[in-house]
Design a protein around this ligand. Structure first.
Ligand code: SF4
Ligand code: SF4
Length: 141
């Protein structure tokens, strides 16, 4: 766990999105991502749960819960918080080959299963994933 008190210090914050009526006029990115520093704070909200339901990818009562790809969510949340971007990218790629898509269009079952939901808002895992992969593209990794 990058920061043991992160989930108590930082509120969930996500990227701003253009309204649907504006975004239908183009095919460009319509999210304004958080700054790298703010996204690191969001990663700090992850508690590295002993049983990380976010990455479980299991069927419960006929419904899928947690990331179906079993992405190593708490591990790369921790690496992102600590600024270890290349290691976070390597960890993400162990289970995933198209995070540039899922970090935009996935219904984020990881977030629905996040323990932080019990007492507040889930970790913004989907956008943390996007930061890791976009940084990897930007640096040429
Ligand atoms: S957003 Fe990423 S980590 Fe979450 S369920 Fe989708 S693919 Fe898995
Ligand atoms: S369930 Fe939420 S808080 Fe727990 S390890 Fe997964 S992302 Fe982090």
């Amino acid at each position: 766990m990058g920061k043991p008190t992160g989930f108590m210090e930082y509120e969930r914050e996500t990227a701003k999105a253009e309204s649907p009526l504006e975004r239908i006029h183009h095919f460009n990115e319509f999210h304004t991502p958080l700054s790298k520093e703010k996204q690191r704070q969001q990663a700090a909200r992850c508690m590295a749960c002993g049983v990380p339901f976010c990455q479980a990818g299991m069927m419960i009562g006929g419904m899928a819960s947690g990331c179906p790809l079993n992405n190593l969510v708490p591990e790369w949340n921790d690496l992102l918080y600590n600024g270890c971007y290349e290691q976070a990218y390597a960890r993400l790629m162990k289970t995933h080959c198209f995070p540039e898509f899922t970090s935009r269009v996935c219904p984020a079952l990881c977030e629905k299963a996040c323990t932080c939901n019990l007492n507040g808002d889930p970790v913004s895992t989907k956008e943390n994933e996007r930061t890791i992969i976009e940084n990897a593209f930007a640096t040429g990794w």
